[in-house]
Design a protein around this ligand. Structure first.
Ligand SMILES: C[S@@+](CC[C@H](N)C(=O)[O-])C[C@H]1O[C@@H](n2cnc3c(N)ncnc32)[C@H](O)[C@@H]1O
Length: 283
């Protein structure tokens, strides 16, 4: 089986990653898949601490499964904890994962998870018990914005979301205000949930605020000096965006959310500015 749309590339630091030719994008292009996932998701979400303190199933949505570096790094980083992880991955194609599994040795992060991933690819669902960690992993192969809009609500609300689409310029349908408004509505207000992503763009931060999230400055990852962390409770943010940020957003030439799946840059409209100032984060 071959997937000619993808190749393995060696990054400047010697680490290997997957490149999509159709999108002309390399996954985790600077520090590599595992280092980025550890910084952006495992440490920033304080996943080990949250899981250790959590009773029952901890639900993670993995949006943009791709070659599963984020998902597998999260599973490996918590594999010594007594916990139940329900991982729900989303992607409109399983080709990058098929390709990555075939090149698992080169990529280096599949070790011990090959069978789990093979079952996921074959059946759309896989389970595994490692030590005291129980994993139940489902994959939903669909256009994510369409799924969010139309799908029945049987998928449990997340405690954490790994949001890893391509950039807004390449992948605008994954960064629109209607998408994040639907996503926010899917959260359970009684279930604290945090969502990091690699971007620090003003446009993205305004979009998440307008969708209903609280939004904060996210950790540096080695790849980016600053990222973004959103949550449905301020308690999960260390550094919420403040009024100084709001003033900068007002002057930015690229701050207005994408209202449709078409990339463009524009300053805030008068209506968005009014809504932003009324957000409880800035009250
Ligand atoms: C940057 S890659 C993800 C890398 C991945 N998280 C990893 O750790 O290997 C972005 C992924 O988003 C998926 N994607 C892009 N647009 C999508 C859409 N409309 N619906 C679902 N998935 C989409 C792509 O197929 C791609 O696998």
């Amino acid at each position: 089986m071959s997937a000619p749309g993808y190749s393995i590339v060696t990054l400047a630091n010697g680490v290997r990653s997957v490149r999509s030719h159709a999108e002309a994008e390399t996954f985790h292009p600077v520090v590599g898949p595992v280092a980025e996932a550890e910084a952006l998701y495992v440490r920033q979400l304080r996943l080990r601490e949250r899981l250790a303190a959590h009773a029952g199933e901890f639900v993670i949505w993995d949006v943009g499964l791709g070659a599963a570096a984020n998902a597998l790094t999260v599973l490996r980083a918590t594999s010594d904890l007594p916990c139940r992880v329900r991982l729900i991955s989303f992607d409109h194609t399983l080709e990058p994962l098929r390709f990555a599994l075939q090149h698992g040795e080169q990529l280096g992060y599949f070790g011990g998870y090959e069978q789990l991933v093979a079952t996921l690819l074959a059946e759309g669902r896989a389970t595994q018990k490692v030590g005291q960690q129980c994993v139940a992993w489902d994959v939903c192969v669909a256009d994510f914005p369409t799924w969010l809009r139309d799908a029945a609500p049987e998928v449990p609300a997340p405690h954490a979301i790994l949001f890893d689409a391509f950039s807004p310029a390449k992948n605008p349908e994954m960064w629109t205000l209607p998408l994040f408004t639907s996503l926010f509505r899917r959260l359970d207000p009684a279930r604290p949930c945090a969502m990091p992503t690699y971007s620090r763009a003003t446009l993205l931060r305004v979009t998440w605020l307008l969708a209903g999230f609280y939004v904060g400055v996210g950790h540096a990852t080695g790849e980016k000096d600053e990222t973004t962390l959103a949550a449905n409770t301020l308690a999960l943010l260390d550094e919420p965006l403040d009024r100084k940020w709001l003033d900068r957003a007002r002057r930015s030439t690229s701050a207005e959310p994408l209202h449709e799946p078409k990339y463009r840059q524009a300053p805030l409209t008068a209506e968005t500015w009014v809504r932003l100032q009324a957000h409880p984060q800035f009250a």
